[in-house]
Design a protein around this ligand. Structure first.
Ligand code: GRG
Length: 344
């Protein structure tokens, strides 16, 4: 079967969602309106990785469910189902952007998606409020789906995001230098949104707990792989060489997988990391150790392990001979490899 770019498979639906998002973030107060719409404007929308995954998952799970009785009066119609799954994609993107707005305030970032960050352009106060506003609009949309299980899943995501961001603030060495702590933080910060939203797509379609768990596992492993590569890119940027990335994590004293692996090979790094990075020379020293170590390679291998686990999940979904289902599953498998090889 021909292999299509995963993004182009859902391109039409993605632009439908983009238009809906723009209409959902309209506010009465003009500066709140311009703040809230800032990252939904054409050209500022980012990679739209999450809605792409969710729409593909919706089609990938579009199989006959034997446990379900034949549709009766008042049941969710297939078109209503697809619309409710699109809502999940919109809600997920709103929560994602809200978390970016708050993250940029916490980090005092000046750039996001290649343009000025909202805090830099409109100030911290409006950026925080715009994030809260997006979150509240996401809540209203979520409530309209009238599915308490899905409400619980998405509410857990917000809790996990806040927990993950708070975990990252820790100054305790035991936690900062622990791989287990880092993976837990990574799940909270990045993978929870994908795992729980993928599961929501399955729940809305009426799938069994088993299939819902497979959707969750795909999102979790894809999200972990995505963040591990993000942490590599922070060091390498688009090039293959160290130090070409933004180095934003290490400059903020955030210890990620490449450094944690490097530390296993060069325990001397411990003292450098303990001193912190107020002194820019320490960044160079840490990069020196990282370059001599296999930290980047081992991080990529760990990302690959999670990407492969995500791909295996798709292989174990209930069989289907529907061409659209098969194409979407292939695209979800393709995405697991693209996440590993991406450079942005
Ligand atoms: C307001 C919901 C809410 C949370 C507050 C600040 C915070 C708690 C959480 C921040 C979590 C965070 C910033 C995680 C990083 C996730 C991540 C990998 C972002 C980059 O995602 P991309 O590359 O971005 O998909 P684009 O721009 O393409 O959408």
């Amino acid at each position: 079967m021909e292999r299509l770019d995963p993004f182009s498979l859902v391109a039409d639906e993605l632009s439908l969602i983009a238009n809906r998002l723009r209409s959902m973030v309209v506010a009465d107060v003009s500066n709140l309106a311009s703040a809230a719409e800032y990252f939904f404007k054409i050209g500022a929308e980012g990679k739209r990785f999450r809605p792409t995954v969710l729409l593909l998952m919706a089609t990938a799970l579009n199989v006959h469910i034997p446990e379900l009785p034949p549709a009766g009066v008042g049941d969710t119609l297939p078109t209503d189902l697809r619309t409710s799954q699109q809502r999940i994609a919109e809600i997920t993107e709103m929560i994602h952007v809200a978390s970016l707005l708050h993250d940029d305030v916490l980090d005092d970032a000046d750039k996001r998606r290649g343009i000025g960050s909202l805090n830099a352009v409109m100030g911290n106060k409006l950026a925080v409020l715009a994030g809260d506003f997006l979150l509240s609009r996401a809540c209203v949309s979520l409530a309209s789906l009238k599915n308490t299980e899905v409400v619980t899943l998405i509410a857990t995501v917000v809790e996990n995001l806040v927990t993950g961001e708070t975990m990252q603030l820790t100054t305790a060495s035991k936690q900062r230098f622990s791989m287990d702590y880092y993976m837990q933080k990574t799940y909270n910060k990045t993978a929870s949104l994908l795992s729980n939203s993928c599961k929501s797509i399955a729940i809305l379609a009426g799938h069994t707990a088993e299939v819902a768990m497979l959707a969750f596992e795909y999102g979790k492993n894809l999200g972990l792989a995505f963040q591990l590569i993000d942490d590599v890119l922070d060091f390498t940027g688009t090039s293959a060489s160290l130090g070409k990335g933004s180095l934003s994590d290490i400059r903020h004293g955030i210890i990620t997988a490449p450094i944690l692996f490097a530390m296993e090979e060069f325990p001397e790094l411990h003292a450098v990391l303990d001193q912190g990075f107020k002194n820019p020379a320490n960044v160079d020293i840490a990069l020196g150790f990282l370059g001599k170590s296999s930290g980047i390679q081992r991080t990529k291998e760990l990302a690959m392990k999670h990407a492969n686990l995500a791909a295996q999940v798709i292989e174990s979904l209930p069989e289907s001979d529907d061409a659209d289902v098969i194409r979407s599953r292939q695209a979800l498998i393709d995405l697991t490899q693209r996440v590993i090889t991406r450079n942005k």
